[in-house]
Design a protein. Structure first.
Length: 257
């Protein structure tokens, strides 16, 4: 596998930070609210795919453009992103907030997409099923509630955090609040248009997810025609981190059709 390339592209006037490695079919990974970073599961996928992992506008070291108001804006941004980078036949993988953005892309246009994998996406509301409120969690509660494994929780909490990392986390949290504060973590108009996603779609969920309960996966499965649902036992909101081997295997099997 080639080394990870770290560079910037200006898309729609937004200087955008991109990490990229591998060769083959393009795999566009859209990160969640905690921000973008190159994680081990991306190394694994880069053995078979051209993995492209941008930081969303308003997150990390990407610019915050004046036009950024909602997840729909990010959907239009990524449609232009794929066009400007010449990406076609894209395997789109989005987690949490990134899964929500992926859905917003899919209801607008799937022209550049081959198929889509959504890992515990936000974006819809299921009446009577309460989500966790990440905006009320302190940093320790965030780690404890996002991950099922206490061993992984303890490992994450024991890692030193620099001042720069704290500043970055605060910036990511601010942008997430701008996009998803009210209503909490969903777009009231999204559910009624999910039937427009007419490409193969896989939905992945941790059975012990405390942020967005696993029953939301069943609702996405009902709303997206022909989609398939895969759940992971003893797993919270981050299957790509807690069950990375099973997660990447599921992506590969799905991509092969």
């Amino acid at each position: 596998m080639s080394a990870v390339k770290d560079y910037f592209e200006t898309i729609e006037g937004c200087k955008t930070h991109i990490l990229r490695a591998g060769e083959g079919q393009p795999l566009l990974f859209l990160h969640g609210a905690n921000g973008g970073r190159w994680l081990p599961f991306l190394d694994d996928l880069a053995k078979d795919y051209d993995v492209i992992a941008p930081e969303h506008p308003g997150f990390g070291t990407s610019d915050t453009p004046d036009w950024l108001d909602n997840t729909g804006d990010l959907a239009h941004f990524y449609l232009e992103f794929m066009h400007q980078l010449g990406l076609d036949n894209v395997l789109l993988v989005g987690t949490s907030l990134g899964g929500w953005i992926s859905c917003e892309i899919g209801v607008r246009s799937t022209q550049a997409l081959d198929r889509m994998a959504l890992s515990a996406p936000a974006g819809i509301h299921v009446k009577g099923v309460q989500k966790g409120d990440m905006f009320l969690w302190n940093p320790e509660q965030m780690v404890r509630n996002l991950m099922y494994s206490k061993e992984l929780q303890d490992k994450m909490l024991a890692m030193p955090v620099s001042d720069d990392e704290r500043d970055m986390a605060l910036r990511n949290r601010f942008t997430t609040a701008k996009l998803a504060w009210s209503p909490r973590l969903y777009n009231p108009d999204l559910a009624k248009w999910l039937h427009r996603i007419r490409i193969p779609t896989m939905i992945l969920w941790g059975r012990q997810d405390k942020l967005i309960p696993a029953s939301y996966g069943e609702r996405f499965n009902e709303l997206i025609p022909g989609s398939v649902l895969k759940t992971f036992d003893e797993c919270g909101h981050l299957p790509h981190a807690e069950k990375s081997g099973e997660f990447t295997a599921a992506i590969r099997d799905f991509a092969k059709g």
